[in-house]
Design a protein around this ligand. Structure first.
Ligand code: NAD
Ligand code: APR
Ligand code: ZN
Length: 235
């Protein structure tokens, strides 16, 4: 089988071996921090400084992390595969871009960007930025927030994602627990479009039975191997 239009969905497990913790596994981020206080619009309204501190801490973690072999393998697939390859990531880290990936959608936003809650303008996050920073687009201050999608908010570029899922012939989910919608429902959309569906993960996700093919192990091992098999045209 060779594939023309590939959609790849990635989750926190892809960045785990770069040293960024996942959300729900052992030592998951949501075991250590209260998701309702730190990753919801209500939590930000209640205590914006606490939320800013949480995301400044997570931004600090980015300083020492680098893409791993799985990120580089996906960038190689995008470069060398003759067809269309779109990566949709739930991750807010920049490791896909750092590895050379450009056909990319950050459906949960980006940790390295700031959003003005007053006018919706997004721009790179800078060290001096805080809640009080005035927005260069609308001039309002007191509305600056991390440009990430919180629980209860709509993920980004959903129309473009569903169009790609409806036209793909291969859907690969990598390093995601399949617990959070709408991403957890993408495999069913791809299957409805007649795509071959593959799960690459450390262990079976909540949606494992929905995939036609599964490979389990560390992303830095199974993702490069799977990409090589695709590029050899053996798929
Ligand atoms: P959702 O309602 O489908 O989320 C429900 C899932 O989110 C639950 O199954 C659970 O896995 C998780 N969740 C919700 N509350 C939780 C809690 N208190 N502790 C641990 N896990 C919890 O998705 P949503 O609420 O509509 O969120 C919209 C989008 O925002 C989702 O795609 C979500 O992934 C995203 N999000 C992003 C961030 C971030 O920091 N980038 C944080 C949270 C949510
Ligand atoms: N290699 C492959 N998979 C791994 C690895 C690894 N080294 N380490 C962990 N995993 C797998 C885990 O088995 C788990 O299934 O990655 C998955 C991580 O799941 P979560 O921690 O739930 O992360 P994710 O699925 O990305 O969460 C979805 O929820 O909190 C929100 O917005 C947040 O984007 C996040 C969304
Ligand atoms: Zn503004």
């Amino acid at each position: 089988m060779s594939f023309e239009r590939i959609v790849i969905l990635t989750g926190a497990g892809l960045s785990a071996e770069s040293g960024l913790g996942t959300f729900r596994g052992k030592d998951g981020l949501w075991d250590a921090y209260n998701v309702e206080e730190l990753a919801t619009p209500e939590g930000f309204a209640r205590n914006p400084t606490k939320v800013h501190d949480f995301y400044n801490m997570r931004r600090g973690w980015l300083a020492d992390v680098r893409p791993n072999a799985a990120h580089f393998a996906l960038a190689k697939l995008e470069r060398e595969h003759g067809g269309e390859v779109l990566t949709v990531t739930q991750n807010i880290d920049p490791l896909h871009e750092d590895a050379g990936c450009s056909s990319l959608i950050h459906m949960h936003g980006e940790l390295a960007r700031a959003l003005c809650a007053a006018c919706g303008a997004s721009r790179p996050w800078t060290e001096d930025l805080s809640l009080a920073t005035g927005c260069p687009a609308c001039g309002e201050s007191g509305y600056m927030r991390p440009d990430v999608v919180w629980f209860g908010e709509m993920p980004r570029e959903m129309e473009r994602i569903y169009a790609a899922l409806g036209a793909c012939d291969l859907f690969v989910a990598i390093g995601t627990s399949g617990t959070v919608y709408p991403a957890a429902g993408f495999v069913a959309e791809a299957h409805r479009a007649g795509a071959h569906t593959v799960e690459l993960n450390l262990e079976p996700s909540e949606g494992a039975t929905l995939f036609a093919e599964t490979h389990y192990g560390s992303a830095t091992e199974i993702v490069p191997a799977y990409v090589e098999s695709l590029l050899q045209g053996g798929r």
